[in-house]
Design a protein around this ligand. Structure first.
Ligand SMILES: NC(=O)C1=CN([C@@H]2O[C@H](COP(=O)(O)OP(=O)(O)OC[C@H]3O[C@@H](n4cnc5c(N)ncnc54)[C@H](O)[C@@H]3O)[C@@H](O)[C@H]2O)C=CC1
Ligand SMILES: O=C(O)C(=O)Cc1ccc(O)cc1
Length: 365
């Protein structure tokens, strides 16, 4: 991309994070944005992320090479017809919505298949809004790209390059398959988390003992129950067929558990936990957050004041940039381990050599 003009319709958690990533990689790109809150748009302009604040859909879009739809999914689909009169020849419209069939069908109805490539960055959080967006949010996360029947190879490659430029891992996929997969791994978990929280709310006593005592496991699996109701209502409504199918399978599995629990079938219960543990342990943690990268290693170091800054100074003195640095809490490698990620193999190898000279205890990736 050489100094492209890019518009964002919706500049919240995801739109804001992508805009920040694009601005980091292409500081001269012209970013235009529209969203409901003018004050947040002005803040993004003050921060140098947004160049042009839009008051709505209009003439300014005629300049854009790429238009991102980053509002809740049903609103995104509604914008297609409004944007249509202002499309420059060769421009691409993309979206970041969590469901894809609904928008792809709207694209077909609007006759925009030749200029649409769908997208879904598979990372985020329960938080919303531009104020929570971050240049690191989508790093090392899968960025699903869903072409239409008329998307050209160039258009898809352009989106793949965009995904890579913000540090994500692009993956091209059929939009219908996307919606079945995400029904199981994203949409069902949100329903389960919210219904569990509501179950506790309705089962608690007047002293709210359940709420006060809720601990690790419950909090871990219900964090996403704090997500935006507006966003999740629209996700569930636009993927209701897949979600119903997978929810029925889940209810069947819960009913099986209920039966064996009542029958006190300890073997079945043991196997339930054994199977899930083994399968869950096989999941890769690599594509899930800002710390991991293909180029990283771990440093085993004493937990002393100033230890991290000493290490950072050693690397900085050799001009080695750190992409990310994080303290490992799992203590797999003993006390005080630090995971350091680099932008490329050369930087990682240089850093390794430097730290070896200072006798740091290094653990390869
Ligand atoms: N939250 C997450 O973790 C993820 C969300 N997504 C998808 O990204 C999209 C945006 O979600 P977030 O950024 O999380 O939400 P958000 O609530 O942080 O941002 C939504 C943005 O859209 C704007 N907006 C809402 N209605 C609008 C309308 N009618 N016209 C113009 N702008 C409007 C809001 O002002 C805000 O700037 C959704 O489609 C969601 O499915 C995708 C991946 C992860
Ligand atoms: O907070 C979390 O763990 C999420 O699950 C975030 C998320 C929300 C919606 C998506 O389409 C993708 C990721």
């Amino acid at each position: 991309m050489s100094e492209p003009s890019i518009a964002f319709i919706g500049l919240g958690l995801i739109g804001g994070s992508i805009a920040k990533g694009i601005k980091r990689e292409h500081p001269k790109s012209k970013i235009m944005a529209y969203m409901r809150s003018k004050s947040k748009l002005l803040k993004a302009q003050e921060e140098g992320i947004v160049d042009v604040v839009l008051d709505g859909i209009g003439e300014e879009l005629k300049e854009c090479d790429l238009i991102f739809l980053c509002a809740p999914v049903e609103y995104n689909a509604n914008y297609l017809e409004q944007i249509k009169p202002y499309l420059k020849s060769g421009a691409i419209i993309t979206d970041v919505g969590s469901t894809k069939t609904d928008i792809h069908e709207a694209v077909i109805r609007a006759g925009l298949e030749h200029c649409f490539v769908g997208g879904h960055p598979m990372a985020g959080s329960e938080k919303t809004g531009y104020e929570n967006s971050s240049v690191h949010l989508l790093e090392n996360a899968y960025y699903i790209i869903t072409p239409t029947a008329l998307s050209s190879e160039d258009q898809v490659n352009h989106m793949v390059d965009m995904g890579k430029s913000i540090g994500s891992i692009p993956l091209v996929m059929d939009y219908k398959e996307h919606d079945f997969v995400t029904a199981a791994i994203s949409h069902l978990p949100h329903i389960v988390a919210s219904s569990m929280v509501n179950l506790v709310k309705d089962s608690d006593n007047s002293q709210e003992l359940m709420r006060r005592l809720s601990a690790g496991g419950f909090k871990d699996i219900t964090r996403i129950a704090s997500s935006s109701p507006e966003m999740w209502e629209q996700i569930c409504m636009t993927n209701s067929n897949n979600l119903s199918l997978i929810l029925k399978r889940y209810i069947d599995s819960l009913n099986d558990i209920l039966k064996v629990l009542e029958a006190k079938d300890n073997q079945y219960i043991y196997q339930l936990f054994e199977t899930s543990r083994d399968y869950r342990n096989s999941f890769s943690e690599k594509a899930t957050g800002p710390i991991e990268s293909d180029y990283f290693f771990t440093v085993n170091m004493a937990d002393e004041v100033g230890a991290i800054s000493t290490l950072a100074v050693i690397l900085a003195s050799k001009g080695i940039s750190i992409k990310n640095i994080g303290i490992n809490h799992n203590r797999e490698h003993g006390e005080g381990t630090l995971r350091i990620a680099f932008y490329d193999k050369e930087s990682m190898d240089n850093a390794w050599k430097q730290l070896e000279k200072y006798h740091y205890d290094l653990i390869p990736n």
